[in-house]
Design a protein around this ligand. Sequence first.
Ligand code: NDP
Length: 448
Amino acid sequence: MKNAYLQKVYDEVLKRDPDAPEFQQCIREFLESLEPIVDDHPEWEKNGILERFVEPDRTVTFRVAWVDDEGKVQVNRGYRVQYNSAIGPYKGGLRFHPSVNLSIIKFLGFEMNLKNGLTTLPMGGGKGGSDFDPHGKSDGEIMRFCQAFMTELTRHIGQFTDIPAGDIGVGAREIGYMFGQLKRIKNQFEGATLTGKGLTFGGSLARTEATGYGICYFTEEMLKTLCDTDFNGKTVIITGSGNVAIFCAEKVMQLGGKVVAMSDSNGYIHDPRGIDLDVVKDIKLNRRARIRVYADEVPGSVYTEGCRNIWDIPCQIALPCATQNEVDAEEAKKIIAGGAIALAEGANMPCTIEAVELLHAAGIPVGPAKAANAGGVSTSGLEMTQNSMRLSWSFEEVDERLHGIMRNIFKAAYDASVAVGKPGNLVVGANVASFLKISEAMLAQGVM
Ligand code: NDP
């Protein structure tokens, strides 16, 4: 980093968190984005704004003890990082996956804060989860784990304090079990304390679809403004086959695009005539089976074990929607060679910094996760609004608001990229637009 203040802040992060690669990566990307404007803001250094911004308000870890189907006690570790509440209560999902550790939760919490700053809604940033692996667990085990997790988490959350939601490994089923436990402990129906709820107990229509649909609404704006085109007739690859990927695929198809490949953590399917999404939904959502089953059931499709080679398949629009750092420099080169015109990050930080640099150098615009996938948390914000107003909006009403929010997010990121002299660099634009808003709120609220 050329600026001494930015470098000092980054060095301190490296010193304090030496074993946190994902966290260091997102901080580096963020600080580099501020290079064009940091000299115009001497008040940041004077008030320690960046030092405060990179350090979470609070980090909680806790033991989660639960009983498996054999009657044996199992112990996992739970996390909640409450990052920043300058513009609203902490808000962010819970991830249940064996890879979860403090570096991942801190990176996700940091990104969440910047993402929420873009949504136009009053939400701060936080994230949590556990190293619990839901794969292969019975429904009873999932329920007992969720209840044990919420028994401890309850003391840290609340509708005006911190509002968790789902993420990898935490869907409607898990949110339902956690909400039940929260209600039992508090003896209160606190709808706005947990989002992603079932429709019969305060959930919002279109929340399930929101992240995936939002990615497409954002990408539409990107294609229109930066590539002078749209989804119609384009070949698209979407990685993952979870909540985000499935509804992203649904909207791509509605907008006239053709999704030719999808994946799960074991491998990927290639269907050159276009993926049959009903089959994917049935396999992943109803049967909770592996994506390889698709190739057994749909003639003309092929399954390949392992995820790395999915980008060998050419596509015009790349939408990585599985997990962090799935697109590195090598994968980025394949995406470029395959003739891609745009990439939007559906997952959180799916591209490494080197991958983004290569894509930009090749003239391919990149929609950063904190902007492109903000539709999920935005609709969680709309769920909270409906809970507080004690009413529920129609699917169309929520979808229309989501669409408007995603258009505004693109505009904010694009306008900021122009303002700092990097037109079309949405990675820089999204960081700058959000940080200017949050840092102004931090300055106004004094030192804390
Ligand atoms: P899900 O658990 O529903 O799905 C994750 C999908 O990614 C699954 O298909 C999973 O495969 C696959 N996957 C996981 N790890 C890998 C890997 N290493 N290689 C290939 N595929 C992998 O999670 P979501 O769809 O909710 O989340 C996906 C991403 O989107 C995450 O980065 C999340 O943080 C982000 N996100 C989610 C939001 C939401 O509303 N849900 C909101 C904003 C961001 P398998 O089935 O084998 O586990």
